[in-house]
Ligand binder design. Structure first.
Ligand code: ZN
Length: 132
């Protein structure tokens, strides 16, 4: 058997595993400019309401092109549910809208056996500023 001086590959993650890791890292680290190159700024105002419709908390997120594009909002009511704004933001950008209001109710069950859902409500206002 001819030897070309190549060393045997070190045992480690397979190529497929390495690729999966890279994809996962890329997804987590995706920047706003990578995902939405047309955006100059994305401003998301969040208001959380309790199931009794009382204002619980307000947050504001401002994303610049170099911000990590994190569009998942953890629910403050149950700590296990979250609101995913990615689809909404995507729709806003595809439609080239400057402003959109949206909302949703956390469907997470506080306990596995509980019948009631968390019921916290998120209202959000998405403002998109596009590059000229
Ligand atoms: Zn919740």
């Amino acid at each position: 058997m001819a030897s070309f001086g190549k060393r045997r590959p070190k045992p480690g993650p397979s190529k497929n595993e390495q690729k999966a890791l890279r994809t996962e890292r890329a997804r987590l680290a995706a920047l706003l400019k990578d995902r939405y190159p047309s955006l100059q700024r994305l401003t998301i105002q969040l208001e959380f309401l309790t199931p009794q419709k009382q204002s619980f908390d307000r947050q504001k997120r401002e994303l610049s092109p170099d911000s990590v594009c994190d569009l998942s909002v953890p629910c403050p009511g149950c700590n296990s549910g979250s609101f995913d704004l990615a689809a909404k933001v995507q729709a806003v950008i595809v439609a080239h809208e400057a402003l959109s209001e949206s909302g949703g109710i956390c469907q997470e069950r506080a306990f596995a056996e509980a019948k009631a859902i968390c019921g916290f409500e998120l209202r959000c206002r998405i403002e998109a500023l596009y590059k000229a």
